[in-house]
Design a protein. Structure first.
Length: 227
C-alpha cells in the first residue's frame, strides 16, 4: 500500500488530487463532522500516509527516512489517543505535531510545484493546495498558542465548548486572516497570537505574488528550452 501511495507523488496529477482532498476536508468534513471520532481518525491516518510518502520521496537517506517514519507514527498515535479517548491534555502535543506535519506537507507540495519544467494545470492547482496548507498550518499554530496560553483569542462562547470546535474555529479564523477579510468575530489578544496573525496576513498577500512570478519564470524557461 505504501508503494502505491509513494507513487502518488511521482506524478503531477497528485497535486490536483491533493487540492480536491484538502477542499473536501476543510470545507465539507470539518464543518459537518464534529463528533465523528472514527472518521476523524481515518482522515488523520490518510493525510499522515500522504505526508510520509511525500517525505520519503524527497530523500534517499536511510537515517532521515527513519526519522520521518518515527515522526509521522508519533503524530498519528498522539492524534488517535486524543480523539479516541478524549484526552484533552494531549491537545498541545497534537497541535504541535499537526503543525509540524502541515509544514512538512507544505514543503513537499511546494517542492513539486517549483521544480523545473513546463507549468501545467496540475502545478497551478498544487500552488492553490499550498495556499490552503499554509492556512491549515497557521490554524494549528493558533490552536497550539491557545492551548499553551489560554485566553490568547477572544471568540464566541460556542467555539470554546471543546477542542474539536476550537479547531474548527481556528480553521475558519486562519482562512479569514490569510485572505485579510478580518470579520472580527475572533480576535487575537495575546502578543504572540497577534504576531502570528500579522505574519499570516503578510504571507497571504505575498504568497500569490511571489508564486505567480516563480511560475511565470519557470514557464518562460521551459519555452526557451523548447525553442
Amino acid at each position: 500500500m505504501m508503494n502505491k501511495i509513494m507513487h502518488f507523488w511521482s506524478e503531477e496529477r497528485s497535486l490536483t488530487t491533493l487540492l480536491v482532498l484538502l477542499a473536501i476536508n476543510m470545507f465539507v468534513l470539518e464543518p459537518v463532522i464534529r463528533e465523528g471520532a472514527r472518521l476523524a481518525f481515518l482522515r488523520g491516518v490518510f493525510f499522515s500516509l500522504l505526508l510520509l510518502a511525500g517525505l520519503l520521496t524527497m530523500t534517499r537517506n536511510k537515517t532521515v527516512q527513519i526519522v520521518f517514519v518515527v515522526f509521522v507514527t508519533l503524530t498519528m498515535v498522539v492524534h488517535w489517543m486524543r480523539i479516541a479517548f478524549g484526552i484533552e491534555d494531549l491537545m498541545s502535543w497534537d497541535a504541535c505535531f499537526s503543525l509540524l506535519s502541515m509544514l512538512a506537507l507544505t514543503v513537499v507540495v511546494l517542492e513539486q510545484v517549483n521544480r523545473k519544467g513546463p507549468v501545467t494545470g496540475h502545478r497551478v492547482r498544487g500552488a492553490v493546495a499550498g495556499y490552503l496548507l499554509l492556512g491549515m498550518f497557521c490554524a494549528y499554530a493558533y490552536l497550539l498558542i491557545d492551548s499553551l496560553i489560554p485566553g490568547s483569542f477572544q471568540m464566541l462562547a460556542v467555539d470554546l465548548q471543546s477542542g474539536q470546535t476550537q479547531s474548527d474555529a481556528f480553521y475558519y479564523f486562519s482562512i479569514v486572516t490569510l485572505t485579510t477579510l478580518g470579520y472580527g468575530d475572533i480576535t487575537a489578544i495575546h502578543p504572540v497570537a497577534r504576531s502570528v496573525v500579522m505574519i499570516e496576513a503578510l504571507l497571504g498577500q505575498l504568497y500569490p505574488a511571489i508564486l505567480i512570478a516563480r511560475l511565470v519564470t519557470l514557464e518562460m524557461e521551459a519555452r526557451k528550452n523548447r525553442g
